[in-house]
Design a protein around this ligand. Structure first.
Ligand SMILES: Nc1ncnc2c1ncn2[C@@H]1O[C@H](COP(=O)(O)OP(=O)(O)O)[C@@H](O)[C@H]1O
Ligand SMILES: [Mg+2]
Length: 281
């Protein structure tokens, strides 16, 4: 299995005229080929920023980002562009941002394949196949801008998968969909993995879509804190050895406080120390 995404200690700062927001503060992420990964976590925790970083839409302020063997921090604009058009399928947050509103549904799905230089017959066939898979074949000739948000999401996913990308990045792909259609999307992501070996990373608030993925990573404060897989919940140990405590322990371990670490043969214990009490051993 090869590594598709390798992010080490990524820091990402959004600068505006009058403020700086640290959206990622030392995020670590390792994803192997063919894995289906869900990124979950509260709004503002850095999920979309991490996705934009993986797509090469943003550069890290510090840290390392390797995607499909390419160093995103160092790649030229041109390299990033060719990478994105050929190897990466991307679905940005917000259904309307991914389609050309005046082009037909079918043209949108075919256009996505132009940059990857697919022959015409292949483009037609793929578009028809994918539109059927997302249940939008009957709307092939409609202008994308006339579709509902949910319909746009389905078409956008078809477009993102049209090149059979090695990596699919989908930010909230089911936010406008009802349960039945959302289940169809989860199924399609799995099919993409089985057919093309596509590695899938989705940001989602949809518990069912999350459950359908192999791994669920929870982001908090610009880092990945916990991971659930095969029914188990794990803390993620960062490159610098830090561990985020589960959010529900916040009242017992207040931020900035101290904890005594006791080493046991097969585990460690953390004992919170009240701020107003000095520890004596
Ligand atoms: N373009 C931007 N300019 C300034 N701040 C931003 C920008 N994009 C995101 N942020 C801020 O960065 C933080 C992380 O945002 P984001 O990655 O969108 O989180 P999520 O997708 O988990 O909701 C938030 O505090 C958000 O307000
Ligand atoms: Mg977001």
């Amino acid at each position: 299995m090869s590594v598709v995404v390798d992010v080490q200690q990524a820091v990402c700062i959004h600068r505006t005229v009058d403020s700086e927001v640290v959206a990622l503060r030392g995020a670590d992420l390792l994803v192997e080929e063919g894995e289906l990964v869900a990124l979950v976590g509260p709004s503002g925790s850095g999920k979309s920023t991490l996705m934009a970083l993986l797509a090469g839409l943003l550069r890290p302020s510090a840290g390392q980002v390797h995607v499909l063997g390419r160093d995103v921090a160092r790649a030229t604009e041109r390299e990033v562009l060719s990478h994105r058009s050929q190897d990466i399928g991307m679905l940005m947050q917000g259904p309307e941002r991914n389609l050309l509103p005046y082009a037909s549904v079918r043209a949108n799905v075919e256009l996505a394949q132009l940059a990857a230089r697919a022959p015409r017959a292949v483009r037609h066939r793929r578009a028809a196949e994918l539109l059927e898979a997302v249940g939008m074949e009957a709307a092939s000739r409609r202008r994308a801008g006339t579709l509902s948000g949910g319909e746009q999401q389905r078409v956008a996913l078809a477009a993102a998968l049209a090149t059979g990308p090695r990596l699919l990045l989908a930010d909230e792909p089911t936010s406008q969909l009802d349960r039945e259609n959302a289940a169809g999307i989860a199924q399609l992501l799995r099919t993409a993995r089985d057919r093309w070996g596509t590695t899938v990373i989705v940001v989602t608030h949809d518990a069912e879509l999350g459950e359908a993925m192999d791994r669920r990573l929870t982001m908090r404060d610009g880092r990945i804190g916990t991971e659930a897989r095969s029914g188990e919940q794990y803390a993620v140990i960062g490159r610098d050895g830090t561990v985020q405590l589960p959010a529900d322990l916040a009242d017992r371990f207040p931020a900035g406080g101290r904890a005594r670490v006791v080493r046991r043969p097969d585990h460690i214990e953390l004992h919170p120390i009240a701020a107003d009490r000095d520890e004596r051993s």
